[in-house]
Design a protein. Structure first.
Length: 323
């Protein structure tokens, strides 16, 4: 049975439900293009309390099918998400099936909450959730570390969505080192309908650097002060340290993002930045109360704003969801 077709669930089919978090890049440094066409990065990933949800259910056929529905703040309709093998969650399930003797046909029902194509790793969270859900459904018995090794083939953000929390990502973001960050930091996320593709943003960054004669460090590093402020939960100290090398490129491609940044800062945010390759904007606030107030102000301005906090846990089975 191919992805996206009508699903024939087994009679009394078992199902497993998993949630996995979106993320923001609190700091993102980007090196020059490598020989393989990718860019080396140094980033601080922070999982936030905005979760994708995947329910994996046994089907009477073979293979993997998928359906998508949307809740919360989305900047593109769920219908824009592929329902074939190009869907990262489908690829995750197929990879796991290759090494799982107990595999069955499976249907993945994805509930989207992370802004679609918003620079927050929503598709990667879907893949991480699918891996964990299918592992439980099929009784594959892989450890979290073993699933993370499978996840590397799906993209740099998938292993992080499995583990969550806070981590420093090097290489293309796939070399993860967990960082201590237990005190919650409070953010407001603003999604928009600007169509920004990640490759396009990276290309524009390269063009800007060539145009401006910028000398780029081939081995980007993270300022240790960023991790120190996160460890201390010091939002005021962290605010001036937020940085995203991709932000200028995103702003040149979608100038309206600059207006959103200005609106949030004027409304009292400690700092704001483009999340990853955009177009989602992340505003740092002093407290959960201020995050709620800022989101209300931005909503009144006609923006799609949502208060969240981080660090959040990685992919996790939803209690009482396993059949």
């Amino acid at each position: 049975m191919g992805p996206g077709r009508t699903v024939d669930l087994r009679s009394g089919a078992r199902s497993v439900r998993v949630r996995a978090p979106g993320k923001i890049n609190v700091a993102l440094r980007v090196g020059p293009p490598r020989e393989d066409g990718y860019h080396g990065i140094a980033s601080v990933f922070l999982a936030v309390s905005l979760f994708e949800e995947v329910t994996a259910s046994e089907t009477s056929g073979d293979g993997v099918s998928v359906s998508v529905n949307g809740q919360g703040t989305l900047n593109l309709p769920p219908e824009s998400i592929p329902l074939d093998r190009t869907n990262l969650a489908v690829r995750a399930a197929e990879l796991l099936a290759e090494v799982s003797p107990g595999r069955t046909g499976v249907h993945l029902d994805i509930t989207k909450r992370v802004p679609i194509a918003g620079g927050m790793g929503g598709g990667s969270a879907d893949a991480a959730a699918a891996l964990l859900a299918c592992d439980a459904l099929w009784g594959s018995g892989f450890s979290r570390d073993e699933l993370a090794k499978i996840a590397v083939d799906l993209g740099a953000d998938v292993p992080f969505a499995l583990v969550g929390g806070t981590a420093v990502g090097l290489g293309v973001g796939d070399v993860l080192t967990p960082a201590i960050s237990k005190t919650p930091l409070h953010w407001v996320l603003v999604s928009s309908d600007y169509g920004l593709s990640t490759p396009e943003v990276y290309r524009r960054l390269d063009e800007i650097r060539l145009r401006d004669g910028v000398d780029v460090d081939p081995r980007p590093e993270i300022d240790p002060a960023v991790l120190g402020m996160m460890r201390a939960g010091d939002a005021l100290g962290l605010a001036p340290l937020l940085h995203n090398d991709l932000q200028q490129a995103a702003l040149e491609l979608a100038p309206g993002l600059g207006d959103i940044l200005e609106t949030g800062r004027d409304a009292g945010a400690l700092a704001g930045m483009v999340s990853g390759s955009g177009p989602t904007i992340a505003f740092l606030t002093r407290s959960s109360g201020q995050a709620v107030e800022l989101a209300a102000v931005l909503d009144a301005e006609g923006l799609q704003a949502l208060p969240v906090q981080g660090p959040a846990h990685g992919a996790r089975l939803v209690p009482d969801a396993a059949g």
